[in-house]
Every structure is written in C-alpha cells, then in structure tokens.
Write a protein that binds this ligand. Structure first.
Ligand code: ATR
Length: 262
C-alpha cells in the first residue's frame, strides 16, 4: 500500500486526507493519507527518518518555504512562487512543486474561462498572493496588487512585472474584471480587507479563504450583484492537481467537492 500524508503545524483541521481518500475510494487505489503534525523544529528529522516511507506528501503552513532544503529539484512554478506544497518522487529524486497556482487558475476559470487581458486586482502580498500572481501571469492577465504593507507589494513589481497601488482609495473597482482576496482577513472572523461599498456589479470576486465559505468580503460583493467564487474551489482544484501528479489520474472535481462538503 502506498503512503501519502499532509504535514503542517497545526494540522488537525486539514481537509487533505478527506479529499484524497475520496479519490482513492472512487478509483479503487490501495493507499493511505494521513495528516501529520510536524513542528518547525522537527521538520529536518521527520524528512530524514519518516519521509522515505511516503510516495508523496502535501506540505502546508508553516513549512512551505523551509521544505525546499530537503528537495532535489524544484519545478518552475515552485521556484517562481518561492513555496512548495507538494512533494513527489521521480527517477529517484524528490521533486517539489506548487499546485496552489493551479487551484487559483481553475477556480477563476470556473466563472471566467478566458483570463487573457483581464484586469485583476490582487489583495495581499504573501505566499498565497505569489501563487495567484504566478497563475494569472501564466494566463496573461493584467495584474495590480495592493497590500497593507506597501513595501511587500513593491517587491513583487520587479519580480513579476505587475502594477501596485498604495491605497484602495486611489482605484475604482469598476476598472477591474476580477478582484481576489489572498489576505488572511476574513479567516474565522467577520472582517473584510475592503470597505462594503468597494465593489462594482461587473466584478468577479474570489476569496481564497474557505473558513467560513461565505466571508464578509464575498457577502458584500454578492450584495453588490457581483459573481463570486468561494475558497473551496481553490482547495479542491489544488488537491486534484496533486492527485494527478501522484496517481496520473484526472479525477472529476465533483468527487473531491462532495468530500469537502460531506
Ligand atoms: P499566506 O502565505 O497565507 O499568504 P502570509 O504570507 O502571512 O500568508 O500573508 C498574509 C497576507 O495577509 C499579507 O499580505 C498580509 O499583509 P501584510 O503584508 O501587511 O502583513 C495580509 N494581512 C494579514 N492581516 C491583515 C489585515 N488585518 N489587513 C490587511 N491585510 C492583512
């Protein structure tokens, strides 16, 4: 039986085992998927002593950057994003990649199939923002980034050739096709990174936060009449890409979506 796992700290609330086990059941794959709590201090030991038993692992907060020290090769996506969320083995090597960008892309395409030349406003400049920027650059969207700490947004300008704004007051939402929240604002709290009257009805609005699924950000966008995309889509699509990498199978999204809501 092949072994898979997600490692993180904390890890209790990870949905990854649920999503991947649903795929194993559907496809009759003889494999296990554990959620393993590995503290930052333990990461090196865990990779040396436990990881050899696993065919692949998913990596989550806070290890997405540090894990690079234990990998033979990074994919271009992982290199550009600067973070790894998936490890797999190929020709005896450990490869680190990032499927978050795939998750963002597929989630956005569910409401907006053609992203080329679409104007996107990305809120936030952390790891999730980098995956989102990478995805939208690949799709040839026109990107503007806003971040609470402007310095961090400015660092992304040279790296990804995007625009930034120092204040939300300096822009009109109607100038954007897509608005994406990649900040942690709204996670388990009824808060939004933008004022309630920020949106325009033509905006497609996506929140990567999925706890709660209906965030204040999305709720206010909906009240304005915008099309909205909930955070479960990104989670499910990034897991589907992991499944494809590990098992060579393109699973139907409904299998993991049902497991998410199950
Ligand atoms: P992740 O890897 O999940 O993206 P991160 O790298 O810690 O997490 O980034 C968190 C993002 O949420 C950052 O853009 C952060 O803004 P700062 O760079 O100014 O810290 C943003 N963020 C967190 N709390 C925020 C708040 N209360 N208001 C606005 N932005 C916030």
């Amino acid at each position: 039986m092949k072994k898979f796992a997600v490692i993180g700290y904390p890890i209790k609330h990870s949905k990854s085992p649920l999503l991947h086990e649903a795929g194993f059941n559907e496809m009759g794959i003889d494999a296990s998927f554990e959620a393993i709590e590995v503290s930052p201090d333990e990461l090196g030991d865990w990779m040396r002593t436990d990881f050899p038993d696993y065919a692949g692992i998913a990596v989550t907060i806070p290890h997405k950057e540090k894990i690079k020290d234990f990998i033979d090769q990074l994919t271009p996506a992982a290199k550009s994003i600067g973070a790894v969320n998936t490890l797999y083995r190929k020709d005896g090597l450990v490869i680190g990649t990032n499927t978050d960008c795939f998750g963002v892309l597929k989630a956005l395409q569910s409401e907006c199939p053609e992203l080329k030349n679409k104007k996107a406003l990305i809120l936030g400049a952390g790891g999730a923002s980098r995956a989102t920027i990478f995805a939208l650059k690949q799709a040839q969207s026109i990107i503007t980034c806003w971040n609470r700490t402007e310095k961090k947004a400015l660092k992304l300008v040279d790296e990804f050739e995007i625009n930034t704004v120092s204040s939300l007051d300096a822009i009109q939402s109607e100038d954007f096709d897509i608005i994406i929240n990649t900040t942690s604002v709204g996670l388990k709290k009824w808060q939004s990174p933008v004022p309630a009257n920020f949106f325009s009805p033509s905006n497609i609005v996506f929140d990567i936060v999925y706890d709660p699924l209906e965030t204040k950000f999305l709720s206010e966008a909906e009240q304005t009449g915008c099309q909205t995309i909930t955070g479960d889509k990104m989670l499910v699509y990034q897991a589907l890409e992991q499944f494809r990498i590990w098992h060579g199978i393109a699973l139907e999204p409904e299998i993991m979506e049902t497991a998410f809501f199950g």
